[in-house]
Design a protein around this ligand. Structure first.
Ligand SMILES: [Zn+2]
Length: 294
Protein backbone atom coordinates (compact mmCIF):
# COMPACT_ATOMS: atom_id res chain seq x y z
CA UNK A 1 0.00 0.00 0.00
CA UNK A 2 2.93 2.35 -0.52
CA UNK A 3 1.62 5.22 -2.61
CA UNK A 4 0.65 8.86 -2.40
CA UNK A 5 -3.04 8.30 -1.70
CA UNK A 6 -4.39 9.71 1.54
CA UNK A 7 -6.15 7.36 3.90
CA UNK A 8 -8.55 7.89 6.73
CA UNK A 9 -7.84 5.27 9.36
CA UNK A 10 -10.53 3.86 11.64
CA UNK A 11 -9.49 1.70 14.58
CA UNK A 12 -11.95 -0.40 16.52
CA UNK A 13 -10.58 -1.70 19.83
CA UNK A 14 -12.99 -4.30 21.16
CA UNK A 15 -12.82 -6.62 24.14
CA UNK A 16 -11.23 -9.47 22.20
CA UNK A 17 -10.22 -8.13 18.79
CA UNK A 18 -9.01 -5.02 17.02
CA UNK A 19 -9.98 -4.00 13.49
CA UNK A 20 -7.96 -1.37 11.65
CA UNK A 21 -9.86 -0.05 8.63
CA UNK A 22 -8.38 2.01 5.79
CA UNK A 23 -10.72 4.35 3.91
CA UNK A 24 -9.86 5.91 0.60
CA UNK A 25 -12.35 7.95 -1.44
CA UNK A 26 -15.13 7.07 1.04
CA UNK A 27 -14.53 3.34 0.52
CA UNK A 28 -13.31 0.85 3.10
CA UNK A 29 -10.54 -0.78 1.12
CA UNK A 30 -8.71 -2.92 3.66
CA UNK A 31 -9.12 -4.22 7.21
CA UNK A 32 -6.34 -5.53 9.47
CA UNK A 33 -7.45 -7.81 12.29
CA UNK A 34 -5.50 -8.58 15.44
CA UNK A 35 -6.24 -9.79 18.96
CA UNK A 36 -6.69 -7.20 21.74
CA UNK A 37 -3.89 -7.17 24.31
CA UNK A 38 -5.01 -7.60 27.91
CA UNK A 39 -3.79 -4.18 29.03
CA UNK A 40 -5.66 -1.45 27.12
CA UNK A 41 -2.87 1.14 26.54
CA UNK A 42 -0.51 -1.56 25.13
CA UNK A 43 -2.82 -1.74 22.12
CA UNK A 44 -2.15 1.90 21.24
CA UNK A 45 1.60 1.12 20.90
CA UNK A 46 0.85 -1.88 18.69
CA UNK A 47 -1.51 0.10 16.45
CA UNK A 48 0.97 2.99 16.12
CA UNK A 49 3.69 0.56 15.05
CA UNK A 50 1.44 -1.06 12.44
CA UNK A 51 0.50 2.35 10.99
CA UNK A 52 4.11 3.56 10.97
CA UNK A 53 5.31 0.34 9.31
CA UNK A 54 2.57 0.56 6.66
CA UNK A 55 4.21 3.79 5.40
CA UNK A 56 0.87 5.07 4.10
CA UNK A 57 -0.16 8.69 4.05
CA UNK A 58 -2.81 9.14 6.75
CA UNK A 59 -4.99 12.27 6.89
CA UNK A 60 -6.91 11.51 10.12
CA UNK A 61 -7.43 8.74 12.66
CA UNK A 62 -10.56 7.87 14.63
CA UNK A 63 -10.70 5.29 17.40
CA UNK A 64 -13.73 3.36 18.51
CA UNK A 65 -13.05 2.31 22.09
CA UNK A 66 -14.56 -0.12 24.50
CA UNK A 67 -14.67 1.44 27.99
CA UNK A 68 -15.11 5.16 28.65
CA UNK A 69 -13.69 7.98 26.55
CA UNK A 70 -14.29 11.54 27.69
CA UNK A 71 -14.26 14.92 26.00
CA UNK A 72 -10.55 15.45 26.65
CA UNK A 73 -9.61 12.17 25.02
CA UNK A 74 -8.91 10.36 28.29
CA UNK A 75 -9.64 6.64 28.25
CA UNK A 76 -10.80 4.57 31.22
CA UNK A 77 -11.97 0.96 31.54
CA UNK A 78 -15.48 0.14 32.78
CA UNK A 79 -14.96 -3.60 33.02
CA UNK A 80 -11.39 -4.06 34.27
CA UNK A 81 -11.56 -7.78 33.54
CA UNK A 82 -11.76 -7.02 29.81
CA UNK A 83 -9.45 -4.04 29.50
CA UNK A 84 -7.07 -4.09 32.49
CA UNK A 85 -6.70 -1.54 35.25
CA UNK A 86 -5.59 1.93 34.06
CA UNK A 87 -6.76 5.47 34.62
CA UNK A 88 -7.11 8.48 32.32
CA UNK A 89 -4.90 7.19 29.50
CA UNK A 90 -4.44 10.15 27.06
CA UNK A 91 -5.22 8.19 23.94
CA UNK A 92 -5.82 11.15 21.58
CA UNK A 93 -2.76 13.10 22.72
CA UNK A 94 -0.52 10.03 22.39
CA UNK A 95 -1.47 9.44 18.76
CA UNK A 96 -1.46 13.15 17.86
CA UNK A 97 2.12 13.40 19.14
CA UNK A 98 3.20 10.49 16.98
CA UNK A 99 1.35 11.26 13.75
CA UNK A 100 0.78 15.06 13.89
CA UNK A 101 -2.67 14.77 12.28
CA UNK A 102 -6.27 15.11 13.59
CA UNK A 103 -7.14 12.24 15.94
CA UNK A 104 -10.60 11.54 17.34
CA UNK A 105 -12.10 8.92 19.61
CA UNK A 106 -15.58 7.80 20.58
CA UNK A 107 -17.25 4.92 22.38
CA UNK A 108 -17.56 1.67 20.42
CA UNK A 109 -21.34 1.58 20.58
CA UNK A 110 -21.51 5.25 19.58
CA UNK A 111 -19.38 4.40 16.55
CA UNK A 112 -21.50 1.37 15.67
CA UNK A 113 -24.71 3.39 16.01
CA UNK A 114 -23.36 6.09 13.67
CA UNK A 115 -22.21 3.44 11.19
CA UNK A 116 -25.63 1.77 11.18
CA UNK A 117 -27.35 5.15 10.79
CA UNK A 118 -25.43 6.11 7.64
CA UNK A 119 -24.61 2.76 6.04
CA UNK A 120 -26.73 0.09 7.73
CA UNK A 121 -30.14 -0.73 9.17
CA UNK A 122 -30.73 2.76 10.56
CA UNK A 123 -30.62 4.57 7.20
CA UNK A 124 -34.30 5.45 7.15
CA UNK A 125 -34.78 5.95 10.87
CA UNK A 126 -34.98 9.31 12.62
CA UNK A 127 -34.26 7.86 16.07
CA UNK A 128 -33.26 4.44 17.34
CA UNK A 129 -31.49 2.61 20.12
CA UNK A 130 -28.44 0.61 19.10
CA UNK A 131 -27.93 -2.41 21.33
CA UNK A 132 -24.83 -4.55 21.04
CA UNK A 133 -24.59 -7.96 22.67
CA UNK A 134 -21.13 -9.40 22.41
CA UNK A 135 -18.38 -10.19 24.98
CA UNK A 136 -20.07 -7.36 26.92
CA UNK A 137 -23.27 -5.37 26.34
CA UNK A 138 -23.48 -1.76 25.20
CA UNK A 139 -25.97 0.73 23.86
CA UNK A 140 -26.17 4.13 22.22
CA UNK A 141 -29.02 6.45 21.36
CA UNK A 142 -29.53 8.06 17.97
CA UNK A 143 -31.90 10.96 18.47
CA UNK A 144 -33.08 12.91 15.43
CA UNK A 145 -30.23 11.63 13.23
CA UNK A 146 -27.56 12.45 15.77
CA UNK A 147 -25.79 10.89 18.71
CA UNK A 148 -27.49 11.70 21.99
CA UNK A 149 -25.33 13.10 23.67
CA UNK A 150 -22.20 12.84 21.53
CA UNK A 151 -19.99 14.28 24.27
CA UNK A 152 -20.56 11.48 26.77
CA UNK A 153 -19.48 8.07 25.52
CA UNK A 154 -21.48 5.98 27.97
CA UNK A 155 -24.96 7.45 27.57
CA UNK A 156 -27.11 4.45 26.75
CA UNK A 157 -24.78 1.91 28.37
CA UNK A 158 -27.58 -0.48 29.02
CA UNK A 159 -25.19 -3.32 29.91
CA UNK A 160 -24.65 -1.76 33.30
CA UNK A 161 -28.24 -0.97 34.06
CA UNK A 162 -29.41 -3.20 36.90
CA UNK A 163 -31.95 -5.80 35.83
CA UNK A 164 -31.88 -7.83 39.05
CA UNK A 165 -31.66 -6.27 42.51
CA UNK A 166 -28.64 -7.60 44.41
CA UNK A 167 -28.03 -10.08 41.59
CA UNK A 168 -24.87 -11.52 40.05
CA UNK A 169 -21.61 -9.62 40.42
CA UNK A 170 -20.68 -7.71 37.26
CA UNK A 171 -17.16 -6.89 35.99
CA UNK A 172 -17.91 -3.20 36.72
CA UNK A 173 -18.23 -3.93 40.45
CA UNK A 174 -22.02 -3.56 40.71
CA UNK A 175 -24.50 -6.37 41.21
CA UNK A 176 -27.31 -7.44 38.91
CA UNK A 177 -26.23 -5.66 35.68
CA UNK A 178 -27.70 -6.86 32.38
CA UNK A 179 -24.14 -7.67 31.25
CA UNK A 180 -23.78 -10.17 34.11
CA UNK A 181 -26.73 -12.17 32.68
CA UNK A 182 -26.95 -11.73 28.94
CA UNK A 183 -23.46 -11.04 27.55
CA UNK A 184 -21.26 -13.60 25.80
CA UNK A 185 -19.10 -13.73 28.91
CA UNK A 186 -22.12 -14.40 31.13
CA UNK A 187 -23.42 -17.17 28.85
CA UNK A 188 -20.15 -19.04 28.76
CA UNK A 189 -19.72 -18.69 32.53
CA UNK A 190 -23.05 -20.43 33.07
CA UNK A 191 -22.27 -23.17 30.58
CA UNK A 192 -21.50 -26.59 32.07
CA UNK A 193 -21.11 -28.54 28.82
CA UNK A 194 -17.51 -29.75 28.99
CA UNK A 195 -16.96 -29.99 25.21
CA UNK A 196 -18.21 -26.43 24.70
CA UNK A 197 -15.40 -23.88 24.84
CA UNK A 198 -16.93 -20.62 23.63
CA UNK A 199 -20.17 -18.69 23.14
CA UNK A 200 -20.21 -19.34 19.39
CA UNK A 201 -20.27 -23.12 19.91
CA UNK A 202 -22.83 -22.78 22.69
CA UNK A 203 -25.22 -20.90 20.38
CA UNK A 204 -24.67 -23.13 17.33
CA UNK A 205 -23.41 -26.69 17.95
CA UNK A 206 -24.99 -26.96 21.40
CA UNK A 207 -28.12 -24.87 20.89
CA UNK A 208 -30.44 -27.85 21.29
CA UNK A 209 -28.99 -28.82 24.63
CA UNK A 210 -31.57 -28.33 27.39
CA UNK A 211 -29.14 -26.44 29.57
CA UNK A 212 -28.27 -24.05 26.72
CA UNK A 213 -31.97 -23.42 26.16
CA UNK A 214 -32.38 -22.48 29.81
CA UNK A 215 -29.41 -20.12 29.78
CA UNK A 216 -30.50 -18.45 26.52
CA UNK A 217 -34.10 -18.14 27.69
CA UNK A 218 -33.04 -16.29 30.81
CA UNK A 219 -30.55 -14.08 28.96
CA UNK A 220 -32.98 -13.18 26.16
CA UNK A 221 -35.80 -12.44 28.64
CA UNK A 222 -33.58 -9.93 30.36
CA UNK A 223 -32.64 -8.30 27.05
CA UNK A 224 -36.34 -8.09 26.11
CA UNK A 225 -37.17 -6.57 29.50
CA UNK A 226 -34.36 -4.01 29.12
CA UNK A 227 -35.60 -3.06 25.64
CA UNK A 228 -39.05 -2.45 27.07
CA UNK A 229 -37.58 -0.37 29.91
CA UNK A 230 -35.80 1.88 27.40
CA UNK A 231 -38.98 2.19 25.34
CA UNK A 232 -41.00 3.19 28.41
CA UNK A 233 -38.38 5.71 29.55
CA UNK A 234 -37.58 7.56 26.35
CA UNK A 235 -40.21 6.37 23.85
CA UNK A 236 -37.77 5.15 21.27
CA UNK A 237 -39.57 2.49 19.23
CA UNK A 238 -36.80 1.16 17.01
CA UNK A 239 -34.00 -1.03 18.27
CA UNK A 240 -31.08 -2.22 16.17
CA UNK A 241 -29.35 -5.26 17.59
CA UNK A 242 -25.71 -5.98 16.85
CA UNK A 243 -22.74 -7.86 18.30
CA UNK A 244 -21.73 -11.49 17.76
CA UNK A 245 -24.23 -12.82 20.34
CA UNK A 246 -27.06 -10.46 19.34
CA UNK A 247 -26.68 -11.38 15.67
CA UNK A 248 -26.71 -15.12 16.32
CA UNK A 249 -30.03 -16.25 14.83
CA UNK A 250 -31.01 -18.50 17.72
CA UNK A 251 -30.33 -15.78 20.30
CA UNK A 252 -31.96 -13.05 18.18
CA UNK A 253 -35.12 -15.09 17.58
CA UNK A 254 -35.39 -15.88 21.29
CA UNK A 255 -35.35 -12.14 22.05
CA UNK A 256 -38.15 -11.60 19.49
CA UNK A 257 -40.16 -14.44 21.01
CA UNK A 258 -39.79 -12.93 24.51
CA UNK A 259 -40.88 -9.52 23.22
CA UNK A 260 -43.91 -11.05 21.53
CA UNK A 261 -45.07 -12.34 24.90
CA UNK A 262 -45.36 -8.73 26.14
CA UNK A 263 -47.92 -6.02 25.35
CA UNK A 264 -45.31 -3.79 23.79
CA UNK A 265 -44.94 -3.01 20.11
CA UNK A 266 -41.28 -2.17 19.72
CA UNK A 267 -39.62 -2.73 16.35
CA UNK A 268 -36.43 -4.73 16.19
CA UNK A 269 -33.90 -4.90 13.37
CA UNK A 270 -30.63 -6.77 12.98
CA UNK A 271 -27.53 -4.61 12.50
CA UNK A 272 -26.39 -4.80 8.91
CA UNK A 273 -22.71 -3.95 8.99
CA UNK A 274 -21.80 -6.73 11.43
CA UNK A 275 -18.21 -6.34 12.68
CA UNK A 276 -17.59 -3.32 10.43
CA UNK A 277 -20.21 -0.98 11.96
CA UNK A 278 -17.65 0.67 14.26
CA UNK A 279 -15.23 1.31 11.39
CA UNK A 280 -17.92 2.99 9.27
CA UNK A 281 -19.02 4.97 12.32
CA UNK A 282 -15.47 6.26 12.83
CA UNK A 283 -15.39 7.29 9.19
CA UNK A 284 -18.68 9.19 9.61
CA UNK A 285 -17.40 10.82 12.80
CA UNK A 286 -14.16 12.03 11.18
CA UNK A 287 -16.08 13.51 8.26
CA UNK A 288 -18.49 15.29 10.61
CA UNK A 289 -15.59 16.71 12.64
CA UNK A 290 -13.47 17.78 9.68
CA UNK A 291 -16.48 19.30 7.94
CA UNK A 292 -17.50 21.25 11.05
CA UNK A 293 -13.99 22.69 11.43
CA UNK A 294 -13.96 24.17 7.94
ZN1 LIG B 1 -22.01 -3.74 35.39
Amino acid sequence: MINKKKYIVAVDIGGTKINIGYFNNSKLIKVNRLPTKKYGPDNIDTISQILINSKINISAICLSLTGLINNEGLWNPINKVTLGDFKNFPVIKTLKNIFQIPVYALGDTQAAALGEMYYGSGKNLESFFYLTISTGIGGSIIHKKNLFDGKVSDIGSIGHSVIKYNGRLCGCGKRGCLEAYSSGNALIKKNKIKKCQNTKDLLTKFKNNLQTKKIVNEAASMIAQSIINVNVLIRINYFIIGGSVGLNSYFYLTILEKLKQTQFTVKIKKAKLRSKAELYGCFVYINKKLFLQK
